[in-house]
Design a protein. Structure first.
Length: 277
């Protein structure tokens, strides 16, 4: 619910605090008078200006992701993230903090984390189609449409845990919104991730230098506390192969061939636990 996470949100125009308008409950306002209506599905858009809407997941991409994740093929990744979040926690349970998921998509991973961590959660994504589903993924989720590359409409030191799973990373803003005793959990694909589909359908490959680039990206603001590899080889149907292709960046590119059949597909990711420097 947006009302449950309003304390950690800020106005995208003037950065002042947002509150739920008295007697309304369906609008957030700041002290400068900027107002933001809560959409009927339960999310609020805090995009400043037009935002980078061209990069947002489409309704079709979100539908593919919801169907694929709902089948449980990435449940092991969600369990890993939830376990790490429960371990790092926020320190003192009395701290007034939340869990923030940047690039939350449908809220699948955040919902699993909130089942293990008793805190409210903010699902932030630039896609309104994803926000619609994230708003309903868990009772303690407040879904926000915002651009992770812009200044986040979130107060400083608000989050005890910042999640970033298969999503764009903005280290400067991640550091700003993370509590000094908090942790960031970043999940990225390994070079072997979906290798069978990369070979067969000519999909974009994972850069072999990804670990090195990630370290460089976070070097000035975080240190890597631990790394946690995860791999599995689920058997996917032809429809599920189509879904996993269609839910990610490859959906933006024409595929020369249609999916012909299913089979065993490698799932390989690495989760990093980062502490602020």
């Amino acid at each position: 619910m947006i009302s449950d996470v309003a304390d950690w949100l800020s106005c995208p125009h003037c950065a002042t605090a947002l509150i739920v308008e008295a007697g309304a409950g369906s609008r957030l306002v700041c002290e400068e008078g900027h107002a933001f209506d809560v959409a009927r599905p339960g999310y609020v858009s805090l995009l400043a200006g037009a935002g980078a809407g061209g990069t947002a997941d489409t309704a079709a991409m979100v539908a593919e992701r919801a169907a694929f994740l709902g089948a449980g093929h990435y449940a092991g990744i969600a369990d890993l993230v939830a376990g790490l979040a429960a371990d790092v926690g926020a320190g003192d349970d009395s701290e007034h903090t939340c869990v923030l998921d940047l690039g939350a998509g449908t809220g699948y991973y955040l919902a699993r984390v909130l089942a293990a961590v008793d805190r409210p959660g903010i699902a932030l994504d630039i896609s309104k189609h994803a926000a619609r589903l994230a708003a309903k993924a868990h009772p303690r989720i407040g879904a926000v449409v915002a651009d992770a590359w812009a200044g986040l409409p979130v107060r400083g030191r608000a989050a005890s845990v910042v999640l970033n799973v298969f999503a764009p990373r903005n280290p400067r803003e991640m550091r700003r919104v993370l509590h000094p005793r908090g942790r960031a959990i970043v999940v990225v694909p390994e070079p072997d991730h979906l290798r069978e589909l990369i070979d067969e359908y000519g999909l974009m490959a994972v850069d072999d230098r990804k670990p090195e680039r990630l370290r460089e990206q976070f070097a000035d603001r975080f240190r890597i506390e631990s790394e946690h590899p995860y791999s599995a080889t689920p058997a996917l149907s032809a429809q599920e192969v189509s879904q996993v292709i269609g839910m990610g960046p490859n959906a933006w590119h024409e595929r020369a061939e249609q999916v012909r059949s299913g089979g065993a597909v490698t799932v390989a990711v690495r989760a990093y636990v980062l502490s602020p420097t």
